[in-house]
Design a protein around this ligand. Structure first.
Ligand SMILES: [Zn+2]
Length: 194
């Protein structure tokens, strides 16, 4: 199933209705002594992605109103490849950028051209507290950076490099997103970094 940010969902906080500023508030590191908050947040993220949105490349806890450094993402837009990321950090590998378009469930009916690092080294914890290190590139690197931004209180619109396209009709937006997905599938190699 393909999912687009073409409509608003009551479970998703959007930039237009963020009364508590949860989207613009940086999250704080979860210590192991506070790990009890992880499981319910992960379950809610998985529920909302699967049952409410019907898919999506990534979803971060602030988007469902939880100010926690947790997100889920998929390197290939499938549910089978879903990863759970807690307390992440990242650094660029090399100095190359890729400029591409990004949509976001928290920024409905808009698409943003934005620069992202082409390749990144990441470190994060899994649900059992274990530390994971990886080097990501292509589409996976782009999604990871987008979700990291959510944990830092930053949206696509906030980037200095952002060029924003706004759509007045959901059908026009969805048509545009189909093109983006097609371009993504041609531009990015799959599974090269996992
Ligand atoms: Zn987003």
């Amino acid at each position: 199933m393909t999912s687009y940010a073409s409509q608003q969902y009551k479970e998703i906080v959007t930039c237009d209705g963020d009364l508590t500023h949860v989207l613009r508030t940086p999250t704080s590191f979860i210590e192991e002594t506070d790990w009890a908050c992880v499981e319910p947040a992960v379950q809610k993220l998985l529920y909302v992605r699967d049952k409410v949105l019907g898919g999506g490349a990534g979803l971060a806890a602030p988007q469902i109103g939880m100010s926690l450094p947790i997100f889920i993402y998929t390197p290939d837009r499938t549910t089978a490849g879903l990863r759970i990321v807690i307390n992440p950090s990242m650094e660029p590998v090399g100095t190359s950028f890729v400029r591409g378009e990004e949509a976001c469930f928290s920024v409905p009916l808009r698409c943003t051209h934005i620069d992202r690092w082409e390749k990144i080294k990441v470190r994060y914890q899994g649900v059992n507290c274990q530390w994971i290190e990886d080097v990501l590139e292509g589409f996976e690197a782009k999604v990871f950076q987008h979700e990291m931004d959510h944990l830092n209180g930053k949206l696509t619109l906030d980037h200095a490099s952002a060029e924003i396209m706004t759509f007045t009709e959901a059908c026009l937006f969805e048509e545009h997103m189909k093109q983006i997905h097609l371009e993504d599938s041609k531009t990015y190699k799959r599974g090269a970094a996992s």
